[in-house]
Ligand binder design. Sequence first.
Ligand SMILES: [Ca+2]
Length: 212
Amino acid sequence: MAMRIHSLKLWAAAVVAAGCVVLVLAAERAEGGIINPSFETGDLTGWTALASWTILADGGSDGLHYASVLSPEPEPPGGPSIPPEENQGWATAIEQVFTMPGWAETLSIDIRNEGLTVTVHLSQDGAVPFIPINILDGAASQAPNGFTRYTAAVSQYAGLDVRLTVNVSADDVPPARLRTSVDNVLVVPEPATLMLLMVWMPFAVARRLRGL
Ligand SMILES: [Ca+2]
């Protein structure tokens, strides 16, 4: 009888431990190592951005909030005009350094752009052994609220510290104010890897505890 109660206790502990493993994996999957990946804190927590970036809350591609930037005011009509050779254009950026999870397969980012020049680069932080990935060269699909979702393979960066940078620029200050918006940065594991972890880990923990 004592053995049976002991066994039941072990099983209860195994179930709790397995639950914790699944929760940790689910949380890690949700964030993908990125802080505030969908800007749902309502501010730029986790991101480094120039002052021109703001958070809007009228509906992103994921949730309400997204990061957005507006090109500068054009010169007023009749105002002093800048000679073309002196017009250096305009550029800004938002970025985050994070550790790419070991299970990372793809990274996607949602962009809504009104005609500015946008590039999204992923590179290893502080090192140059890899050619940076231009995320916008990856597969594109439609996302909610007029955003486009760009997805690129990132498994070569798994486990490394990386820098994700969204650059927005214009060769000349546009004659009308144009907006670029960013939302929902998502790191996704290979489906087979995720299934294996979700199914195998609870059994492994249970077996380990039973063997104690
Ligand atoms: Ca969002």
